[in-house]
Design a protein around this ligand. Structure first.
Ligand code: IFM
Length: 449
């Protein structure tokens, strides 16, 4: 047996997002978001599921925090619902909405759990979508103004902030492929959205820094690992294009102050409009980078597949298979991604802000799930992260996705990522084996393997 111990003060946590767990979609003055609208449209979400109730966290918040305390969780990463705070996205503040997050932060601190707060996890106010949404350049100011309201109210107690979670998803699944709200399929809008999300992030960081709020602020990116399907020139070039869209498009402006020019040439008419000052605002606009990592894909040239002319196929490493999402498991992919950030982007301070898996959980007669497959996944990824740290990566924390089973977007409730099972009929929470296993990892600050 060997022990893999993490650095002192390494931050262990769990993550969840507002729309996926809160429910109470139209209570206490909350406004409509693009997801509230999207789920009501036919055939958008599997089985017609909605986040109307989700895990009912809005009403069960105190008990949920108590459960996290029991499970020994040191940090809880949650997101704010923009329309709970500003029902129309701007203008009138909804006091009851802000009060909810105020109570949540107080409850966490009281329980000895550090709050980590993300401003945007895909639930744009519908009123702002009606004005054009993220493709409208005004979205930069809408977002920064909303962020200021959140900083003013919570900034005395929340000292770890993120602007966006996975802007690639918001831009390309929301405005490009249309699988996510607002369900638009338009490549030009998708790339413009990516640029506006980034610039809104940078402007918000400027507000944070100039406002003298205490703490650190970062950006969270989903970086899947990519492997070319072969050494052919066509597959290598296709892999580079997918890398550029998922990685360089977000990392280059933040860490190098530029966009990937060759990729922008490839985009031709879809190339986003960038104002002269945007890149200087973006350069060095994070105190830390959040990395969400789940899976690896191989990439093959495919002339018929989208504007990138690339086809992705899930890749599972030898001895591993696929999760319920169909995602390929390859723990080494995590190590490669972390080391890529270290080597090519200046070894910034990094948190592994999401990692986990949907598995075919089988509850026993008491609702208990002995999820050894999830434990094996988590253990291997934490081990890979440890190896990256040993190789010099500047990693400061790990967050398991997710504390609860929850609403998995277009797949509804069909996918269970939680350390804690949620019975959707009774809304009872039942910690799985993995929750107790993770409690031990946290207590030891590492793994025994
Ligand atoms: O559930 C999502 C989350 O909202 C963003 N990151 C990936 C998770 C699993 O798909």
């Amino acid at each position: 047996m060997a022990s893999l111990i993490f650095p002192e003060n390494f931050l262990w946590g769990v993550a969840a997002s507002a729309y996926q767990i809160e429910g109470a979609w139209n209570e206490d003055g909350k406004g409509e978001s693009i997801w509230d609208r999207f789920v009501r449209q036919p055939d958008r979400v599997l089985n017609g599921d909605t986040g109307n109730t989700a895990c009912d966290h809005y009403h069960r918040m105190s008990a949920d925090v108590a459960l996290m305390k029991d499970l020994g969780i040191p940090c809880y990463s949650f997101t704010l619902s923009w329309t709970r705070i500003l029902p129309n996205g701007r203008g009138q503040v909804n006091v009851k909405g802000l009060d909810f997050y105020d109570r949540l932060v107080d409850a966490l601190l009281e329980a000895g759990i550090r709050p980590k707060t993300t401003l945007y996890h895909w639930d744009l106010p519908q009123a702002l979508q009606d004005l054009g949404g993220w493709p409208n350049r005004d979205s930069i100011d809408w977002f920064a103004d909303y962020a200021r309201v959140a900083f003013d109210r919570l900034g005395d107690r929340v000292h770890l902030w993120a602007t966006h979670n996975e802007p690639w998803v918001a831009a390309f699944l929301g405005y490009g492929a249309g699988f996510h709200a607002p369900g638009i399929c338009d490549a030009t809008k998708a790339y413009q959205t990516a640029h506006h999300l980034l610039t809104a992030h940078a402007k918000t960081v400027q507000v944070f820094r100039q406002g003298g709020y205490a703490g650190k602020i970062g950006l969270i990116l989903n970086l899947n690992h990519l492997l070319p399907a072969s050494d052919s020139e066509a597959d290598l070039a296709a892999t580079q294009r997918v890398y550029d869209e998922t990685h360089s498009l977000f990392l280059d402006p933040v860490f190098h102050g530029r966009y990937p020019e060759t990729f922008f040439e490839w985009l031709g008419p879809h190339r986003p409009r960038v104002h002269p000052d945007d890149l200087s605002l973006l350069h060095n606009s994070v105190d830390y980078l959040g990395l969400n990592h789940y899976n690896t894909d191989t990439v093959r040239f495919d002339i018929f597949n989208g504007w990138l002319k690339a086809r992705l196929t899930p890749y599972a490493a030898p001895g591993w298979g696929y999760t319920e999402m169909g995602w390929g498991i390859n723990p080494d992919g995590l190590k490669s991604e972390v080391l890529n950030i270290k080597e090519n982007y200046g070894n910034p301070k990094l948190y592994l802000t999401e990692n986990g898996c949907a598995m075919p959980d089988q509850p026993d007669e008491n609702g208990f799930v002995a999820d050894w497959d999830r434990i094996r996944f988590l253990q291997a990824h934490i081990q890979a992260l440890h190896a990256a740290i040993q190789a010099g990566a500047n990693v400061h924390g790990y967050f398991a996705w997710s504390i609860f089973d929850n609403f998995e977007w277009e797949r509804g409730y069909s996918q269970r990522f939680g350390l804690v099972r949620v019975d959707y009929d009774t809304l009872t929470r039942i910690p799985k084996q993995s929750a107790y296993w993770y409690r031990d990892v946290i207590a030891r600050n590492g793994l025994t393997i």
